[in-house]
Design a protein around this ligand. Sequence first.
Ligand SMILES: NC(=O)c1ccc[n+]([C@@H]2O[C@H](COP(=O)([O-])OP(=O)(O)OC[C@H]3O[C@@H](n4cnc5c(N)ncnc54)[C@H](OP(=O)(O)O)[C@@H]3O)[C@@H](O)[C@H]2O)c1
Length: 249
Amino acid sequence: MPTALITGATAGIGAAFARRLAADGFSLVLVARDEKRLTTAASELHRRYGVAAEVLAADLATGEGITTVEERLREGVDLLVNNAGFGHSGADLDVPVTDELTMLRVHCEAVLRLTMAALPAIRARGRGGVINVASVGAFFPQGTYSASKAWVVTFSESLALRIPEPRVRVMALCPGFVRTEFHERAAIDTSGIPGFLWLSADRLVGSAMRDFARGVPVSVPDPRYKVIAAIARYVPRGVVTRVSAGIGR
Ligand SMILES: NC(=O)c1ccc[n+]([C@@H]2O[C@H](COP(=O)([O-])OP(=O)(O)OC[C@H]3O[C@@H](n4cnc5c(N)ncnc54)[C@H](OP(=O)(O)O)[C@@H]3O)[C@@H](O)[C@H]2O)c1
């Protein structure tokens, strides 16, 4: 039975990956900080899908937490989903630098170290891979959040190009707005976001898994966001910057 390790597996997109991969017959390793919530999620997944679900409590904003997860990955998994992440409320210039550094640690350092810990065993087996959850925000200049997600996209895309094994995949997943706990946790006001732009986590993961199976290096699920991402990636940067400034205001 293949094994998948998912970070941020107790809520939102990570929980949707856990449900989907359990339904596909993966044994799971669930990572997040809240151990009680992890245990509840693991029991529920085991009861509903009959799969083994292991709990690994770790704070990926700490070196120690990242090391704990690296050690588990070196034992071997078939699929790693680097999903844990968070947002900040408020204008970029007002966010304390220490909070920005914490974000870079969770969104970049943890993703780098966990990917590199998982890949040797996956490559040795010749199948499986890594899904790194980025954001459509990666294509717009919107503070450290979007800069960290742009790093995730470029890092994943370059690994996907360089890995020689045809059945080993690395993919960046770029969601638009998804209904999860993300915005509430960050105290981000979502009242101005039109209803039609919201995605469901389960449908997002369904599209992501289809793209992963096809070997797509950068997955942007949903036609609305494909158009937005294509505009951001291919129109002149000056236009993207002006649009981002408008959104920022
Ligand atoms: N929702 C959106 O609109 C959206 C859009 C684009 C991209 N994304 C990206 O999607 C990913 C998942 O977000 P989500 O919307 O599903 O958020 P969410 O509902 O808030 O869930 C976040 C998950 O990450 C875990 N987590 C947070 N900080 C952690 C840390 N330091 N160490 C370990 N685990 C941590 C949380 O559990 P604990 O609190 O117990 O640790 C939780 O399981 C993030 O990378 C986010 O940037 C989200």
